[in-house]
Design a protein around this ligand. Sequence first.
Ligand code: FES
Ligand code: FES
Length: 178
Amino acid sequence: MQHIAYLMASLGVSQLVRISVNGTPTERVVEARTTLADFLREELDLTGTHVACGHGVCGACTVLLDGASVRSCLMLAVQSDGHEVTTVEGLAGDDGELHVAQRAFAEEHGLQCGFCTPGFLITTAEIVGEGVELSRAEIRERISGNLCRCTGYQNIVTAVETAIALQRDGAAGGAPRA
Ligand code: FES
Ligand code: FES
């Protein structure tokens, strides 16, 4: 299936994509070569998904696909057809209540410029959704696919610890819209 998507992309073919984005069913005809990141940002105006390296290194473009984190700069939009995508805009509840990951990053000052933050929040949402307890070393391993040029990571690791604790203690705001 993946090779067919890449063949169509190379031929400049357009295709109908039907996906659920942050709980909203969405249909668009897109060029097959359009990445999921560009689709989200340019077609749907969901610019919270950031693009930095554009080739799978930095994690700024991380979104959830059916609950699992993926790098949206490495996926074609057509490959997400039929799936559920959650972006950083979909983490807070409909009533505006912040997701535990967002609360934790705010409380622990887990950001400086904020460019990397959407990717870290999505990765953290995936972690807390698993309901696991992780050591700081294990947290570092889990977030190793997300790069931050500002913070030195200490507060980010603490924020992930706090998000896990908030989730464990039953704070509201732990389930992203999908
Ligand atoms: S922009 Fe996708 S991993 Fe860097
Ligand atoms: S807060 Fe600036 S890159 Fe992470």
